[in-house]
Design a protein around this ligand. Structure first.
Ligand SMILES: Cc1ncc(COP(=O)(O)O)c(C=O)c1O
Length: 340
């Protein structure tokens, strides 16, 4: 097979059209068999509830090229489960876990020549999505659905890679206390575009959202979860029903405890108590681990470990997680699915 010729080390997090995507339709109460297609355009009714009422959800996961040239997925079952949680929240049909994973595998295999070589730092990002389609006018669930998966080779999401970046606390909320914050639905992201833009214009990588009810606790770091390392070496990450349950964060909690022997706490993280952390980071599939240099809150920049260097614990977490994802470190049972 001919590998496409891209400057792998310089890739950002951008759309690149690859050769094949998977599509499957739900109609009359059931899914069709699904297939790979070459066309990256979709044609849907102008009345589709996905367009007007945001009846859609999506996922993000990656395929990794290992040192011996194999390709593997990282915990795709967790993405399938989360997509089905999102689907239930918006009254959309669930996708059987095997169908979800099979779709991802088919897309990776069909686009294998786009999967970046080992050692370049780049990966193949998969974007499954589920949208309510068909003729409709009133606010109600669609009668038909499209489930699709496409993929693109990607580099780092935040420009710094493993260099620390700064974030600012936003006055906006990304989710309501009993809203859709825990679901991966487009509406949450539409509402984040303006605060994100404000953060960029002010020279920050993104914004930090506080809990929508009291504005006293950290919830999310843009499209990533937050973690901090305390002076006594605990891995701490916020717990809240309006946070997106990050698969990377739950994986890091496991890595911190079982690989690095740290104590782990999932609990409230107060924005007025950042002094409890000696290091902090943003974590997610796209963000991987991005060290947080500082957080601006009420006009003051709170600096953690350093503005220029990654802290030692954050680096260990990064090396272990990425080592597992690229197959250099033995993964816990069931975390890796090889693409054969
Ligand atoms: C809002 C938000 N929080 C957190 C995450 C990180 O989740 P994960 O680690 O599953 O990619 C993402 C990305 O998926 C996200 O969009």
């Amino acid at each position: 097979m001919k590998q496409v010729n891209l400057d792998w080390g310089k890739l950002g997090f951008n759309y690149i059209k690859t050769d094949f995507r998977y599509v499957s339709y739900w109609k009359d109460g059931k899914w069709d068999g699904g297939k790979l297609v070459e066309d990256n355009m979709i044609t849907i009714s102008e009345g589709s509830p996905a367009i007007h009422y945001g009846q859609q959800c999506f996922e993000g996961l990656k395929a990794y090229r290992t040192k011996d040239g194999k390709i593997q997925l990282f915990r795709p079952d967790q993405n399938a489960k989360r997509m089905n949680n999102s689907a239930r929240r918006l009254l959309m049909p669930e996708i059987p876990e095997e169908k979800f994973i099979d779709a991802c595998i088919q897309v990776v295999k069909a686009n294998e020549h786009f999967v970046p070589p080992y050692g370049t730092g780049a990966t193949f990002y998969l974007r499954p999505y589920l949208i309510g389609v068909g003729d409709n006018l009133g606010v109600k669930p669609a009668k038909e659905y499209l489930f699709s998966v496409f993929g693109c080779p990607v580099g780092p999401y935040f420009k710094g890679g493993l260099s620390p970046v700064n974030f600012m606390v936003s006055d906006y909320d990304r989710a309501a206390p009993h809203g859709t914050g825990a679901a991966k639905v487009g509406g949450n992201y539409a509402g984040s575009l303006l605060p994100h833009e404000i953060a960029l214009q002010r020279g920050f990588a993104d914004c930090i959202y506080l809990d929508p009810a009291t504005h006293t606790k950290i919830e999310e770091v843009g499209a990533a979860n937050f973690f901090g390392i305390t002076k006594d070496n605990k891995f701490v990450t916020p717990k809240s029903p309006s946070i997106l349950p990050s698969i990377t964060k739950y994986s890091l909690m496991y890595v911190a405890e079982h690989y690095l022997g740290m104590q782990v706490e999932e609990r409230d993280v107060y924005i007025d108590n950042l002094d409890e952390f000696v290091e902090a980071g943003a974590c997610g599939t796209a963000a991987v681990i991005t060290p947080i240099g500082g957080i601006e809150y009420k006009g003051k920049l709170h600096v953690f470990y350093s503005q220029t260097e990654v802290g030692p614990i954050t680096r260990k977490l990064y090396d272990t997680l990425v080592g597992i994802q690229f197959g250099d470190i033995k993964a816990p049972e069931g975390w890796i699915v090889e693409v054969k």
